[in-house]
Design a protein around this ligand. Structure first.
Ligand SMILES: [Fe+2]
Ligand SMILES: [Fe+2]
Length: 293
């Protein structure tokens, strides 16, 4: 296509476009659920209230909760029951996942890219980042799940709001391999990390999450406080790309960077490989149950 047909949009202009687009419809629920996820003292009553005020969300939760993936022995038809059977942490993740999934419908598949592929990638990174936190660091990993799920939110913003240019970019990466960020910077003047970071700041996401989104391709740019967290997202992103859960034909960064971050986190490769295998099995089950779309 002719790039001149669509004027370049500045980063602040793009944020303004977000606010008047359908993307903004998730802002309230997503911001509240993220606050609940990042607050260890959060109570379940706010979560229940949030779900009860959103009947389409509640319906989606029942569909997911009653799928055999969660293997509950009862039919769940009430949010209080869902909380008891699934637990507070799982229910928070389901709410975030269901709310986010709405952004990834439709679109135009091009050169192996589609919104569904991007969503599949986001889920894969979320599951891997969470499982690393659970199994290796003995933590719940809800924040890692949220950051994994949302780390490429800037990509879906570009796809939705700069659609023709974005498709042109995907095509150009296929023709001339380069990182997505490099291609975005030459075309838009910013990359999806900057878009996601600006959105996170604008929507008041917790700092850890905003840094996870903003620096997932460059963890060294994150604050010291959150750098190991961001490195976990980098590792999960890298490994799931390598496992076939990518969404665009870009070359992976130098493997030495991955190896360094794995050392920085004190992770053992045999443990990491076992976790990747577990996540692959899990994703297979999720896809089989039709829970990805
Ligand atoms: Fe990315
Ligand atoms: Fe990614």
């Amino acid at each position: 296509m002719d790039a001149a047909k669509e004027p370049n949009v500045s980063l602040s202009g793009l944020l303004e476009l977000v606010e008047t687009s359908s993307i903004a419809s998730i802002k309230g629920t997503v911001s509240r659920i993220l606050a609940l996820i990042s607050d260890p003292a959060a109570s379940s009553s706010e979560l229940i209230q949030l779900i009860e005020l959103d009947p389409p969300l509640a319906a989606k939760i029942f569909r997911v909760a009653n799928s055999s993936y969660y293997a509950t022995s009862k039919t769940i038809s009430d949010i209080h029951q869902a909380l008891i059977w699934l637990g507070f942490d799982t229910l928070k993740e389901i709410v975030l996942t269901q709310k986010m999934s709405g952004l990834y419908h439709g679109g135009t598949p091009v050169c192996g890219y589609s919104r569904l592929q991007l969503w599949r990638h986001s889920l894969a990174v979320a599951l891997l980042a969470k499982t690393i936190y659970r199994r290796e660091f003995g933590e719940k990993g809800n924040n890692a799940y949220a950051a994994g799920l949302m780390h490429d939110i800037g990509v879906i913003v570009e796809d939705q709001l700069l659609h023709q240019e974005f498709l042109q970019l995907v095509q150009s990466i296929e023709d001339t391999p380069q990182s997505l960020s490099d291609g975005e910077i030459s075309l838009f003047g910013y990359d999806h990390c900057l878009v996601g970071k600006a959105l996170g700041e604008h929507w008041n996401f917790p700092n850890e999450l905003t840094e996870g989104i903003g620096f997932h391709h460059n963890p060294e740019g994150a604050s010291e406080e959150h750098r190991l967290f961001v490195k976990t997202i980098f590792i999960a992103d890298y490994l799931m790309f390598e496992q076939g859960y990518g969404y665009v034909a870009m070359p992976l960064p130098d493997r030495e960077i991955l190896l360094q971050y794995v050392r920085d986190l004190g992770l053992q490769w045999y443990a990491l490989r076992a976790i990747v295998e577990l996540v692959r099995e899990d994703l297979g089950k999720i896809e089989q149950k039709g829970l990805i779309a």
